[in-house]
Design a protein around this ligand. Structure first.
Ligand SMILES: *Cc1c(COP(=O)(O)O)cnc(C)c1O
Length: 596
């Protein structure tokens, strides 16, 4: 039998060097293995690896029952329905099975392969681990079913399958030249324990001896990207759970005290590496990585403040251009921007596209979105009216309802400066009550405003709707509480489609924003808005002022200027905030190993 690794390496004419681990990977509409930004970033990353012929493979979980389908009733109450999908239609089941010990059972894991084909035909396989294997205990068959479902124990089991199972699967498939294991967020950190176990030195030495477990060997192999700017977002598991699922005693071959082991490694060693008293997945990753980074310049700084003892660099996120640019805009690029498909930097030249052609392509995208809105909600929006879009996870910190602080003011803006309308979308995590309440508030407000400002809330924000929205509105609104937007990527998708960002200066927008040139800011500059200070009132004032005095007048009365900003966005920001540029930075900063 030809090994999987031989097959992939032969197809691409290189040895695979890097394995990219992520809890979720979002690749296309019909593969519902993601919940939002993290997964879609992972998918875009791997697509760019294929475009750039990078010797990378992806490792993730199947999430056989997806995240969920969101339904909203007329009062905005969210209910969740399971996603039915069959991996057979997009992936191939591979003939490899590995086992990991979880609690007191061995759990068998199989893998599905999804093949990404890059722009010039290089391939990057993504392996989806699956415990739904006949021999497994019924409970264990569900471990890879629900993305972010279940309790702490369920989550920890998923992370065991991803980290430990993932490394074992790579070994079974014959990947034996890997020089880098990239952990996309702390969910994958347990891979470090499997590498530590594999690299156990001198089995004759004393169990407890540090020298037997050399973190430097593992450190040399690993790279870590953190995505979470708030302490509560970092995965932590208490030691009782860790011991229950990964622990066990081993008889000391030399006699004397029997050591207590976590995944066959002395407990003390693991505890020291992972934050003492609990298993902190971020600390485990930071302690065992040769390189770590945040996902925007600001996020890198915030992460350093959270973990002052570590070097944390930053590489700003991007989006995959061919995935997120509308067909209409792609056709224009092909006409006016030579080589844009293989070289995203060429998008700089979008500046020269004739304004009337950009406008007409934009109006086509807008019409596509409005047709979808009419079909799904019965609401008929006017494509000549300024339309603002807001779609993101309905989490309280994103402040999706900030715009509604002062309804009278909003009506006054409509009277004085012209018509506008809003399109919302976003799921709340099934257990996030404040997030669900936020959706209800937006929908109630939209009812109060129905006669003056049309507002729709679209159900089930997903891959396809994301693309429709980020290409079909005029302005992309974003109002996170600082500094909680690590990067944000939907605004980058908007930029690629000539949709202008109007956003709080946080995450990537701090780097992409030039007032009136690439878009508009909301609220104070980062230096004037220290973390922890409540800027709600300042932000909302600025939002209203700019909407009334700058955005509406420019849209209705200075169309040339408006189109100029659209083109600036593509040229200045589309050419930079993409995953091809991002991956080149990962190669030079993270993947190239320095000697000594
Ligand atoms: C791009 C995308 C996201 C992430 O966007 P943010 O700006 O980080 O909120 C989330 N969900 C979907 C469906 C997307 O397409």
């Amino acid at each position: 039998m030809t090994l999987e690794s031989e097959k992939i390496e032969e197809m691409n004419d290189y040895f695979v060097k890097i394995a990219y681990f992520s809890m979720e990977v979002g690749l296309e509409q019909d593969v519902p293995t993601y919940s939002g930004g993290l997964g879609i970033l992972a998918g875009d990353t791997l697509k760019s690896c294929a475009d750039l012929h990078l010797p990378v493979v992806g490792m993730t979980l199947l999430q056989g029952k997806g995240y969920f389908i969101q339904k909203l009733d007329e009062n905005g109450n969210q209910s969740e329905e399971p996603v039915n999908w069959d991996p057979v239609s997009s992936m191939k089941l591979l003939p490899y099975t590995v086992k990991v010990r979880i609690g007191d059972r061995d759990v068998a894991i199989q893998a599905w392969r999804y093949m990404i084909r890059g722009e010039t035909d290089a391939t990057v396989p993504v392996y989806f681990l699956d415990t739904n294997v006949e021999d497994n205990h019924p409970e264990d068959r569900e471990i890879t079913s629900y993305l972010y479902g279940g309790d702490h124990a369920y989550r920890f089991k998923q992370e065991i399958v991803l980290g430990i199972g993932g490394v074992r699967m790579l070994r079974a498939m014959g990947y034996d030249r890997l020089t880098t294991y990239h952990m996309n967020e702390g969910h994958a950190s347990l891979l470090t324990l499997e590498l530590l176990r594999e690299n156990e030195k001198d089995p004759e030495a004393v169990w407890f001896e540090q020298a037997r477990w050399d973190p430097d060997i593992v450190k040399d192999l690993c790279v870590f990207t953190t995505h979470t700017p708030v302490p509560a977002g970092h995965d932590r598991f208490d030691n009782d759970l860790v011991k229950k699922l990964l622990g066990g005693k081993k008889e000391n071959p030399k006699g004397g005290e029997d050591p207590y082991l976590i995944h066959e490694i002395p407990f003390e060693i693991v505890d020291n590496l992972s934050g003492k008293g609990e298993l902190n997945m971020t600390l485990l990753a930071l302690n065992l990585s040769r390189y770590a980074n945040g996902v925007a310049k600001k996020h890198g700084q915030v992460s350093k403040e959270m973990f002052p003892e570590y070097e944390i660099d930053s590489i700003t996120n991007g989006v995959h251009v061919r995935t997120w640019m509308s067909e209409e805009f792609q056709a224009l690029m092909s006409k006016y921007v030579r080589g844009w498909k293989t070289d995203s930097f060429m998008l700089r030249q979008a500046m020269g596209i004739p304004p009337e052609e950009i406008w007409s392509a934009h109006q086509q995208c807008k019409k596509k979105l409005f047709d979808y809105i009419y079909r799904t909600t019965g609401v008929n929006l006017d494509p000549e009216v300024l339309t603002l879009g807001f779609a993101r996870r309905a989490a309280a910190y994103k402040r999706g309802d900030l715009l509604f602080r002062d309804i009278e003011r909003l009506k006054e803006i409509r009277e004085k400066a012209g018509k506008f309308q809003l399109v919302y979308a976003g799921k709340a995590h099934p257990k996030d009550e404040p997030g669900k309440a936020l959706i209800r508030r937006i929908i109630q407000r939209s009812r109060e405003l129905a006669d003056t400002i049309p507002i729709v809330y679209l159900e089930n924000y997903d891959f396809a709707l994301g693309k429709l929205l980020t290409s079909g509105v005029d302005v992309w609104l974003n109002t996170p509480k600082r500094p909680q937007e690590a990067s944000g990527t939907s605004g980058m998708k908007a930029t690629l489609n000539g949709v202008i960002n109007f956003s709080v200066l946080d995450g990537w927008w701090i780097e992409g924003h030039r007032e009136g040139i690439t878009g508009w800011s909301i609220g104070p500059r980062p230096s004037e808005a220290p973390a922890g200070v409540d800027t709600d009132a300042l932000d909302v004032q600025d939002l209203y002022e700019k909407l009334e005095k700058v955005i509406l007048p420019t849209y209705y009365r200075k169309r040339d200027e408006w189109i100029g900003i659209m083109l600036n966005g593509i040229s200045l920001n589309g050419s930079f905030f993409n995953t091809n540029r991002m991956m080149l930075q990962y190669v030079s900063s993270a993947y190239l190993r320095r000697l000594g």
